[in-house]
Design a protein around this ligand. Sequence first.
Ligand code: FES
Length: 112
Amino acid sequence: NRSFTIAQSSGFKSVGTVASLDKDGQILNKKSPVGSVLVIRNPNDSNSLIAVNPTCPHEGCTVKWKKSEKYFDCPCHDAEFAPDGKVLKGPAKKPLATYQAKIEGNSVVVKA
Ligand code: FES
């Protein structure tokens, strides 16, 4: 499978399918080849993707993407993060880790 080969050779790893991204509005894969990853479509540019490690830097809860508000929200102590991972609201002090992400064929691929 050609797109798989390209994805592997460029260091990108498949974390899910485009079909599930569009069905669920996100891909949350805690056991992907690059570790825990949450992928969404960029709210400001639907042709690009955003991928973060959804593990909250505060105490390790899994953040959720708030589509209408356009930020990541931590359910544990209400920290908020911008689409680029930056802290919008504490108690978290460090940003979410971000990854490069793109679509290759039917796969969503991420580079750690
Ligand atoms: Fe996320 Fe505390 S674990 S705000």
